[in-house]
Structure formats: C-alpha cells, structure tokens
Design a protein around this ligand. Structure first.
Ligand SMILES: O=C(O)CCC(=O)C(=O)O
Length: 312
C-alpha cells in the first residue's frame, strides 16, 4: 500500500491515521505472534471437518430455507470458547495503539468471529450450481445449524462493512487477522485503496475496470475515483484494518484447504472525538445510509446476480 509519507519518526498512531485518510486502511508491518495463531488455528480445526459435512442436503435446505439469522451470534459463536486465547490480538500493544488512535480510549468490540473461506472441493455440487454468480456467497443458510458458529464464505463481492449497519455512522473499523499464510489461492482479501473517500454507498457497487489491478469507482452524485486494488496476501499473524466505507471482497477459495481468519468490528466507545473524525472529515460522501443494499429479496435470497471481484 502506498502509505502516506510521514515525517521521519512519525508514531504508529500518526501513520495509522494518515493511512486511513489516504487509503482507508492500514496494513500492520508487525505480525501477531505466530505461535498463538497456530495454537488457536489447531483448536478451531479440531472442532469440525471443513468438508461437505458442514452442509445441509439439498432436500433438507429446500424443506425450510432460512436465509437470515444464520451467522454467529452471542451464545453461538465459536470464538467465545477461545476467549482466553485472544490476548495476542486484543492486547498486542501495536493493535491497541492503532485502535486507540482512531477510536479513542474505551473503544468497543462490536463483533468478533471466525471467518472461513470454503474451498471448492468442500462445497456440494448442488450448492455450487445454485450460488453461481451471486454477489454475496455467505453460505450460512446452507450450513448445518450446529456449525453456524463460524461465518463461511465462498467469495463475496466488493462491499463496505457499513452494509450491515443501516442508519449507523461509520464510527467503526474492521480488524482482520490471518491465522496461517494466505496466498492468492487462499481467498485473500481484495481491498480498493481510497474507495472510502466517496462515503457510504448502496451495494452492489458501480465499478469499472481501469487497467491492471485498478478500478473506476462511482458513487452517484458523490463523485468518481480511480482506486488501486491491493490483494492482501500475508503470512501467519498478518493483520490489517480498514474503514467501514472501504470496498473489499474475496474470490472463492481456490486452494484445496479452507482459509481461516479472525474478523473484528471495533467502534468508538466513550470518546467524544478521535482520529476517525479527522478521517471522516475528508470523505466526500455520506457517513451513514438509510438503506445499504438492494441485492436481496424479502426472504433474504439473492435477486441480483452479478459479481465484480470474481473478474478481478
Ligand atoms: O473472509 C472473507 O472471505 C470475506 C470477509 C469479508 O469481507 C467480511 O466479512 O466483510
């Protein structure tokens, strides 16, 4: 990422704020402790087989399709079982410094969960045929209820994390951690640098290819920008955070094994003002949306079939 040039000796806090203003994201140079990542990963992997046994049969699904309420929630979130192992993320001094700089003292974890990129070999053929071309392939609807304590993706098109927070101001960010090496084949995050500048926008987004690894992104009356695409490959313990309006997505996992990551949403808490205000003051679009998406029908099933990140 083209980090904004800072004077020599700029603190991490200054660098993080400058990166959020310029790019809508900060990639940490310092990795989280590899041993702690590996132990947590082994414990997660020991809870289930990440193969087609995760899924309902087509007949079971069709008997009672449930598209909503299928993500982890309090009381059904595997990360709760590993709470006492999360200090390597939540108390890592550089993570705390970065979060405090943007969100102020007393920041609040809104949500934390395990996210799995499911490889093609684990997705039953009937399901692959059904979801082909969908923009959001969160597979929760098709997963057996006892396994819905993790979020499973078979790719998700470019979106803002504001998508799940209608009427909420973009006063939060996403912190994302790789628990093992992630190559281009392991469903790495694709992040569009600087896309946050146009503020909140309704999903799906107006993106046109603009040369290799770049897009022209438009948000109606709020303008148009050329945004470089950054593919977040990284080693065990790689961590990044991005603004709630930064576009990002993943392609289906092309490896022969699942990709397992941690995803946190962290919001401003008691602080009245914090670095995020300085970032948000630079946006030229809305800070909140009354409606965030138009890809779903009333039952939560996809009605728009298009996918941009898969063409990246
Ligand atoms: O992990 C993934 O494949 C996608 C994660 C993501 O974009 C999200 O949860 O917002």
């Amino acid at each position: 990422m083209n980090a904004m040039i800072q004077p020599r000796g700029a603190s991490l806090a200054e660098q993080v704020e400058a990166d959020f203003i310029a790019n809508g994201a900060h990639l940490f140079d310092q990795r989280l402790e590899a041993g702690a990542c590996e132990r947590l990963l082994a414990d997660i992997r020991a809870t289930r087989r990440f193969d087609d046994s995760l899924f309902l049969s087509e007949a079971e699904f069709d008997a009672d399709p449930q598209y909503t309420g299928v993500n982890p929630r309090p009381g059904r979130n595997l990360l709760e079982a590993f709470e006492d192992q999360l200090g390597f993320v939540e108390r890592a001094p550089h993570i705390v410094e970065a979060l405090t700089s943007l969100l102020g003292e007393g920041y609040e974890i809104l949500n934390r969960k395990i996210v799995c990129g499911v490889p093609e070999s684990s997705v039953p053929p009937w399901l692959r045929a059904r979801i082909l071309g969908n923009p959001v392939n969160n597979l929760g609807a098709y997963v057996r209820p006892e396994y819905r304590d993790i979020t499973y993706f078979y790719g998700i098109d470019f979106h803002q994390d504001l998508i799940d927070y209608k009427d909420r101001e973009a006063d939060f960010l996403t912190l994302y951690v790789y628990l093992h090496p992630v190559t281009r084949a392991d469903a790495p995050l694709y992040l569009l640098e600087g896309s946050h500048r146009l503020g909140g926008a309704v999903f799906p987004h107006d993106l046109t290819p603009a040369g290799p690894e770049a897009w022209t992104y438009a948000n109606g009356a709020h303008g148009q920008v050329r945004v470089p695409q950054r593919v977040l490959t990284g080693d065990t313990g790689f961590a990044a955070m991005w603004h709630a309006c930064t576009l990002h997505g993943t392609q289906p996992d092309a490896a022969d094994h699942e990709r397992i990551s941690l995803r946190y949403l962290v919001a401003r808490g008691a602080a009245v003002t914090s670095g995020i205000d300085a970032v948000n003051a630079t946006l030229q679009g809305p800070l909140s949306l009354t409606s965030t998406r138009e890809d779903l029908g009333p039952d939560g099933a996809a009605v728009i079939r298009q996918n941009t990140v898969n063409k990246a």
